[in-house]
Design a protein around this ligand. Sequence first.
Ligand code: ADP
Length: 429
Amino acid sequence: MNKNKVIRSQQLRFMVYTLIAFTMLFGIFGTIIFGQIKATLYAKTDSDLLASKRMLESGGAAVEGGNEPFPDKYGFIPRSKGRWPLTPRVIPLLWSDGKIANAQQIGFIVYNHYFSDMTFNPSTIGVISNVTVQGKYHFRTVSIPYPEADGAYVQLLINVDSEQNLIDNFRRIIILCSAVFIFLSISASYILSRKMMKPIIRSWEKQVEFVENASHELRTPLTIIQNKLELLQTMPEKRIIDTFENIALSLSETRRLSRMTSDLLTLARADSTETQLEKQTIELDEFVDKVCSPYKEIAELSEKRMWLSLNSGTRLNADPGRLHQLLVILLDNALKYTGEHDSIGISTYVKENKTFIEVSDTGIGISEEGLSRIFDRFYREDRARSREQGGSGLGLSIAQWIVHSHHGTIQALHNEPKGVIFRIRLPKQ
Ligand code: ADP
């Protein structure tokens, strides 16, 4: 699939997921707050209604001064005896044969203006619910059977217009906030998805570049081998000794190929974090001395001086195989990029609770640009020279991965008056 298409569809997916997450969070938050406010606003009303209902069911005796049976069997409201036992908020309606039988008691003005068109809703029996009168007056209500007459009910109502007003306002605010929030979350999701995609795009591009470079690097030795073999094929009568040069070259390119494929494999495994380190406790100075000793002989053979200054006196918890590979990469390079009478130094020391390993040389050195790119895969200062030396530009990338996997850092610096220093800093055990 086209790269841009993949990126765009992935970004869209991220955006949709983030938007859904934001909307769900806000939705849950809004619903909880709305529910809580509604419940709190109705709580006092409902408790008044329930208290009145309980009192009516117990015949009014539970109320202080309410020792008269209530409601009495002559009329709904006791007029002269006892106290009016309901809170002033509660309006009691007595329903009999589908009509309000106590219009007089509740007052004709109230009855005519508010309740004359009302019908009894049996679903309010025993259950507190909302009722809207004349389309604009809101009440909380509950009904109970009237004990004095069959088929009659007492409906208790409390006006909740101000509470309803608050709830309506709050609902409006929530809807408005949701619209603003959805707009904001679309923008935030877009920005976040772009941010999330950036490292993915970068690693995608790196991967593509890596594959391109790798195939290019592999093609060169393969072409040489193919050419040499084709040439050999044209002269079957020749003796091996006569074509020795071609065979030697093919062999050296084959070795190069094999080294490169194993380097590529190491890096591919490093990328997939498949490689496990097998850490052990290592006496660092002793270990470095052992790795360097064959290189000392090689250096002497090519008229170079190699000096060691191993003063760390510390132990490291590291993978000995990988640490060996790291030192070999740096020592190989030091030998490759130095000339006769140059010197190569290896030192270990401890500073500020960190263990340092340094490999320095007085060789050809690295340019300013090279210092920042030296650890990039396939980067070589002088392609021709490096190729001549059998280099592929992968060694330092592997070195960097080894150091990083040991939680350390590696740095390339100019050496004075010439050459390079590779400084490795590792956490102390
Ligand atoms: P190569 O296999 O080409 O040596 P490396 O990754 O080990 O690959 O090194 C990358 C490049 O860094 C080399 O091609 C070379 O240009 C430069 N380099 C590495 N070590 C040294 C050094 N000690 N002195 C000068 N240049 C170096």
